[in-house]
Ligand binder design. Sequence first.
Ligand code: CIR
Length: 261
Amino acid sequence: MNRSLHAIVRSPSPSMESCELTHVDREPIDMARVAQQHGRYVELLRELGCQVVELAAQPGLPDGVFVEDPAIVLDELAVITRPGAPSRRPETASIMEALRPYRPLFEIASPGTLDGGDVIVSGQTIYVGLSSRSNQAGIDQLAEIVGPHGYEVRGVELTGCLHLKSAACAIGNDRLLVQREWIDPAQFEAKRIVETDPAEIGAANVVWLGDDLIYPSEFPVTAERLRQQGFRVHCLEYDELAKAEGAVTCCSLLIRGQGKS
Ligand code: CIR
């Protein structure tokens, strides 16, 4: 159980059909199914012991449900990002207010861009995807902010997907789930690597909550690999949210521990 874990979530926007899309073709989104899948996701966070902070849907923020991108939360501080897609920059104001009670806040400034979906925290190493959303100026600013706390920031190359966390996710402080088709695992050097099943494209995105994982139900072979690694794998339907190019990590901002130090 994760009693000291808070999760910020935001209900899906009624304007979600105008979301940003990069690698996915636009198709109609069934908002009733989105609400049902998001509702189950939030329920599962609660079942796994998270205290959930729910922000209201905002009609002017089509991608607002993907709260992972406007911030990066570490134990010591939080960084409000400057999302690479200009349409997503208005999301930061409400996320900043939601995070203020929990962490000292820092901000990425122009010309830097950074999406939280491009950031993997793996122990004291922070990997940042050199994607279409995050640039070197954003990475350099992040390194300046977190360096004094002992973190090393490294840019990593990826191809064919939106964010670094589409291609790889932390499942522990030294272990990563990786989809080799989109990223070369050698970039993670000393970390332990669990590979997704090659036939399950998009299977590397997973919410890591200690021994528990939140994971899409459409990747059963990789789910079994994760079980064999000792995890309890909690599967849910996520295909309607995926039409907006979202993945399971995108829908929550996890805050470990309490308050500001
Ligand atoms: C976007 O393109 O920004 C959204 N439609 C999807 C964002 C998904 N977020 C994530 O992977 N962290």
